[in-house]
Design a protein around this ligand. Structure first.
Ligand SMILES: Nc1ncnc2c1ncn2[C@@H]1O[C@H](COP(=O)(O)OP(=O)(O)O)[C@@H](O)[C@H]1O
Ligand SMILES: [Mg+2]
Length: 272
């Protein structure tokens, strides 16, 4: 679905920010791209819909070379939800914001209305439909930006840091929504440094650090590789960190959740 072949990229007057990235996001997969701040995650995914073009190497979207196709035609297939919603939002009302792409892609008016209402309800934004997106909270603005892409149902959905500014309940709802899209056959790519969210929800991960891929595979295997996480400046999920610490304190082999709870209870019984 998305194929990146030895991608090198530099901004004008900068050093290379992406250095020889090769990866494949297969159709109907659910993938996280994890990495420290400044690793190059946003730069990488802006190549997925042709917003940025490789300095060297190639990016293919559904077999189309992004250098030879317009952003408009690629964006219909790959919907990118920006890290900062303020770089995406512009309309006077939430309704208009979400309707914009649909109108642009030529959907009939009735269908536009039906889709906008449905997505606003799904993302709990219906009560803001006539309000300016700029008067909403960061988390709400991010949901409006998400709605404006979800409504035209691209085959691939790429979300850049979607959990920022969302409370626990919203994160769980987001996770459910993404899982539903995956179950419907969509391809979903989540860019984030929120390891807890990835550990809980996303089966496959790619770890990016300083412009290079440092790990790729099953999320739980990658996130339990202590050396890899240290080298890529990521913190393990809290539970993993607790298990490691306890195992270093002599609870061998790596203890289970039940053993951790038992050890904590014992410690409490022993403390004066
Ligand atoms: N428009 C730009 N011009 C020059 N350098 C940039 C630009 N955008 C990002 N960078 C640099 O590219 C590197 C990667 O940034 P980015 O892709 O935003 O990383 P991430 O999303 O992983 O935090 C950083 O060092 C950042 O400062
Ligand atoms: Mg970023």
């Amino acid at each position: 679905m998305i194929e990146v072949q030895d991608l090198w990229f530099r901004y004008p007057e900068s050093d290379y920010v992406l250095k020889g990235i090769s990866l494949e996001v297969p159709r109907q997969s659910y993938v996280a791209i994890l990495g420290e701040n400044g690793a190059g995650k946003t730069t990488l995914v802006k190549h997925f819909n042709g917003l940025l073009k490789p300095t060297r190497g190639k990016v293919l979207v559904c077999g189309l070379d992004t250098r030879e196709h317009s952003v408009a035609s690629l964006a219909r297939r790959v919907g990118l939800v920006f890290q900062n919603p303020d770089h995406q939002l512009f309309a006077n009302t939430v309704y208009e914001e979400v309707a914009f792409a649909l109108k642009n892609f030529g959907f009939p008016e009735e269908e536009v209305k039906r889709r906008v209402e449905a997505i606003l309800a799904e993302l709990e934004l219906d009560r803001y439909r006539d309000r300016s997106p700029f008067l909403l909270s960061m988390g709400e603005r991010k949901r409006v930006a998400l709605a404006s892409v979800l409504c035209y149902e691209p085959d691939v959905l790429v979300l850049d840091e979607p959990t920022t500014g969302q409370d626990h309940k919203q994160k769980e709802k987001l996770a459910e929504l993404l899982q539903r899209l995956v179950d419907k056959g969509k391809t979903v790519v989540v860019v984030t440094h929120d390891v807890e969210f990835v550990a809980d929800h996303i089966p496959i991960s790619i770890i990016l650090s300083r412009g290079q891929i440092r790990g790729q595979g099953k999320t739980l295997e990658l996130l339990s590789n202590e050396d890899l996480l240290a080298e890529t400046f990521l913190f393990p999920p809290q539970l993993t960190a607790i298990l490691w610490k306890l195992s270093k304190l002599g609870l061998h082999p790596a203890p289970s959740v039940e053993e951790v709870v038992e050890a904590m209870l014992q410690a409490r019984r022993q403390s004066p």
